[in-house]
Design a protein around this ligand. Structure first.
Ligand code: 0L1
Ligand code: MG
Length: 262
């Protein structure tokens, strides 16, 4: 049973998202000694609030999946959050900037899950065997914290900065190619800003989904058939501005685009 202070953290972060305003990190304002377990409790309350409002979960997502990010943040484990239906933007669509605080975009590979995946002990190979399709995606992250300034615990409570997602239209069987070798470029207004490969995500994007299954198992949950799961960024995240046209091009998986409107 979550304490009042954990509920207060969830309320604080939901209000920041709804009111589109940045806030100081909760480890500064509410609970300096917040633990990882408590941060996930706050995230669960935040997720439940969205479900109670009638929103639907598209799937969990993985974040902080590169060694470089772990070293930067002094952690050694990725985090997860949840993507909801209201966060989806059509491929080629428009992201209204005024809906968000300070959005950034990153290129990812998503997994459409064909069979439930229940940890512990799940491997990347088992994930691939239970994946129906992979597809390209652009994730728009929008930390509710001032200047994306947070600790590992803060960002977990903030639903891993999850904000919007654009999925591509090309669905491929994962057996058709080597996902760790899939390259991607992220361009803004025709200029390549970032590039990367699937191997940037824990050596292979399927490994990130395996880690997710094993993390969910700690609280008796599993990855479910039909979920579409972001596996983590192949590229660094790039700050967006009104008027930007964003294109992510993925080897063998096509292009994903959107524009930033007012
Ligand atoms: O999807 C992600 O990797 C975001 C995780 C949180 C880190 C950030 O907001 O930069
Ligand atoms: Mg991401």
């Amino acid at each position: 049973m979550a304490s009042e202070i954990i509920k207060q953290i969830a309320d604080y972060l939901v209000a920041a998202e709804v009111e589109k305003r940045e806030v100081f990190k909760v480890t500064k304002t509410i609970k300096p000694d917040l633990t990882v377990e408590e941060a996930y409790q706050a995230q669960e309350i935040l997720v439940q609030k969205k479900l109670d409002e009638g929103h639907r979960i598209v799937g969990p997502k993985m974040g902080l999946t590169s060694k470089a990010k772990w070293d930067q943040m002094g952690v050694s484990e990725p985090i997860y959050g949840y993507v909801f239906d209201y966060m989806l933007i059509d491929n080629g669509g428009v992201l209204p900037f005024s809906d968000l605080i300070h959005p950034k975009v990153e290129a990812e590979i998503a997994f459409l899950i064909g069979e439930d995946i229940e940890g512990p002990g799940i491997t990347g190979a088992q994930v691939l065997a239970k994946t129906e399709y992979v597809l390209p995606a652009l994730e728009i992250i929008d930390s509710r914290y001032e200047n994306f300034n947070f600790t590992h615990m803060d960002v977990i409570a903030d639903n891993a900065s999850t904000s919007r997602v654009v999925f591509g239209n090309t669905l491929r069987k994962p057996s058709e190619f080597d996902l760790e070798l899939v390259g991607a470029t992220l361009s803004i207004n025709g200029q390549i800003k970032e590039l990367g490969a699937g191997a940037a995500v824990l050596g292979h994007p399927a490994n990130a989904i395996a880690v997710l299954a094993n993390m969910l198992a700690r609280k008796g949950e599993k990855i479910k058939k039909g979920e579409i799961i972001l596996s983590g960024a192949l590229t660094s995240a790039v700050l967006l501005r009104v008027g930007d046209f964003i294109s992510g091009k993925f080897d063998g998986l096509g292009e994903v685009t959107f524009s930033v409107g007012e």
